[in-house]
Design a protein around this ligand. Structure first.
Ligand code: ADP
Length: 201
């Protein structure tokens, strides 16, 4: 993977559905912009690109392919995201805060080594905040906030497998993965994240 040698940081949020990724990513974005006067951009995967659209169809169950095919699409969407959005912003000195990245592919897929190999042309993030919640808490947050049916990745047994994979990945990528206990208040978590992000700017 390529190192980030651009004049801005690339910060990623990972974790199970409902872990608080989008909440915390947006809070960090607002902190950078409003309290630190820095340029920052929030983005997420899958992207709204054509490839992201196919992925969304599968998540909505309008379209069906194997998990391997789906993870290939996520990986292709990521390379497009890096090329068209992430690198152009980093080049301009704008910090990029991304909700999900290659650890999601490696954790949700069935063959971690193949998926890591497939993502080796991706850009290394400077920090990945891995928000840890139990599969039970994930289900609770998903169902207390949604009216729809079961989404693609959200069965408790799947979440347990994914959580186990995230643990393996956190050890493997310990240079940049920071595990955060995320069954706490939104404010407490945000303060810890701000402190760690500041140290690595
Ligand atoms: P994700 O992006 O990881 O799926 P979200 O940030 O969308 O998670 O949060 C999912 C739901 O859980 C939202 O309704 C959000 O308000 C709630 N939530 C987020 N963080 C916390 C927290 N620390 N404690 C309780 N609920 C939370």
């Amino acid at each position: 993977m390529k190192k980030n040698e651009f004049p801005a940081r690339f910060i990623v949020f990972e974790g199970l559905d409902g872990a608080g990724k989008s909440t915390q990513a947006k809070l960090l974005h607002d902190y950078f912009r409003d309290e630190r006067g820095m340029k920052a951009h929030y983005t997420s995967e899958p992207t709204p690109s054509l490839i992201g659209g196919i992925i969304q169809s599968q998540i909505r169950k309008d379209w069906k392919s194997s998990n391997e095919c789906l993870q290939l699409l996520f990986s292709a969407d990521r390379l497009y995201h890096i090329e068209k959005e992430i690198i152009p912003l980093l080049e301009k000195g704008i910090h990029v805060i991304c909700d999900r990245y290659f650890l999601s592919t490696a954790a949700y897929g069935d063959d971690m080594e193949w998926l890591l190999e497939l993502n080796k042309k991706a850009l290394f993030p400077d920090i990945v905040f891995l928000l840890n919640i139990s599969p039970k808490e994930s289900m609770r947050r998903i169902y207390s906030n949604r009216t729809g049916g079961v989404h693609l990745f959200e069965k408790e047994e799947t979440l347990s497998r994914v959580q186990g994979n995230y643990k393996i990945l956190a050890e493997r990528f310990s240079d940049f993965v920071v595990s955060i206990e995320a069954e706490r208040s939104i404010e407490e978590i945000a303060k810890d994240i701000q402190k760690i992000a500041e140290q690595r700017l």
